[in-house]
Design a protein around this ligand. Structure first.
Ligand SMILES: NC(=O)c1ccc[n+]([C@@H]2O[C@H](COP(=O)([O-])OP(=O)(O)OC[C@H]3O[C@@H](n4cnc5c(N)ncnc54)[C@H](OP(=O)(O)O)[C@@H]3O)[C@@H](O)[C@H]2O)c1
Length: 252
């Protein structure tokens, strides 16, 4: 039975990916900072493990406990909605620790076993904000662009050993707790001079239109994992697909 490890599976996309693979007879290792099966289906193919992607000991323990993996999804991430002047640099550092270095560190930890077995797929969750600049997202967008550049370069190394790396770029998904979690962890101290500008940005982000559902992300991850011919970058969600088309990228 194939086995997948998902980071940040306590909510949102990570939880949807875990449920999607469980439903298709995979063994799923759902990892999170504080393990809980809330919102996940009951299954004897589901294992919950504690994993904080910013903690090397936690990564080593989870990867050892997981055993051989066929797939890894680096989904854990945190957002930040603020102008640069409103963002403390220590918060930016914390965000990069999670989104960028966390992805690198977990990838690095699973790679020796995948390389030895000459098989495995690593899927990293980036974002469609890397395709089009938006205000008040500079630090977050930079972190997701870094995940993209890292993955495309790393994929060339991994391919030498039969291991695939792919990127999934979701669009905007207000249904997840992403925005709420971002404000709780990163704050939102917008400098007064930027107040009206940021209010206008919020209104445009909240305007109705095509959005991404967690299921779109689960389907894109499924394709990245199971289809060896999947392109390097996969859109997830109607809005992401529209942005891919604008950028001249493959949406097939
Ligand atoms: N929602 C969107 O609009 C959107 C769009 C494009 C891309 N994305 C990306 O999609 C991914 C999932 O986002 P989401 O919308 O599902 O948001 P979410 O509901 O806030 O989920 C984020 C997950 O990451 C986990 N996490 C945060 N820091 C962690 C750490 N240090 N170690 C391990 N896990 C950690 C959280 O776990 P805790 O419960 O421990 O905090 C949570 O399970 C993120 O990488 C995000 O950047 C989201």
């Amino acid at each position: 039975m194939p086995r997948i490890l998902v980071t940040g599976a306590s909510s949102g996309f990570g939880r949807a990916v875990a449920a999607f693979f469980l439903d298709r007879d995979w063994e799923v290792i759902a990892t999170m900072r504080t393990p809980s099966g809330d919102g996940l289906p009951v299954s004897d193919r589901l294992r919950l493990l504690s994993l904080d992607v910013t903690d090397g000991n936690s990564i080593a323990a989870a990867v050892a406990a997981a055993g051989p993996l066929d797939a890894l999804v680096n989904n854990a991430g945190v957002g930040m909605l603020n102008v640069l002047e409103g963002a403390e640099i220590n918060r930016a550092r914390e965000l990069f620790e999670t989104n960028v270095l966390g992805t690198m560190a977990v990838t690095r930890a699973v790679m020796p076993a995948m390389r030895a077995r000459r098989s495995g797929v690593i899927v990293n969750i980036s974002s469609s904000v890397t395709l089009r600049p938006l205000p008040a997202l500079s630090i977050y967008s930079a972190s997701k662009a870094a995940v993209g550049a890292f993955t495309e370069s790393f994929a060339l190394e991994a391919a030498e050993f039969g291991v695939r790396a792919r990127l999934v770029l979701p669009g905007s998904a207000p249904e997840t707790s992403f925005g709420r979690n971002a404000v709780a962890r990163m704050g939102m101290d917008v400098p007064e001079a930027y107040g009206p500008f940021v209010q206008a940005v919020f209104r445009s982000l909240q305007s109705p239109g095509e959005k991404t559902q967690a299921l779109d992300v689960a389907q894109a991850v499924w394709r990245a994992v199971t289809d060896p011919a999947a392109p390097m970058k996969l859109p997830a969600g109607a809005d992401a697909r529209a942005w891919f088309r604008e950028a001249g990228l493959d949406t097939a």
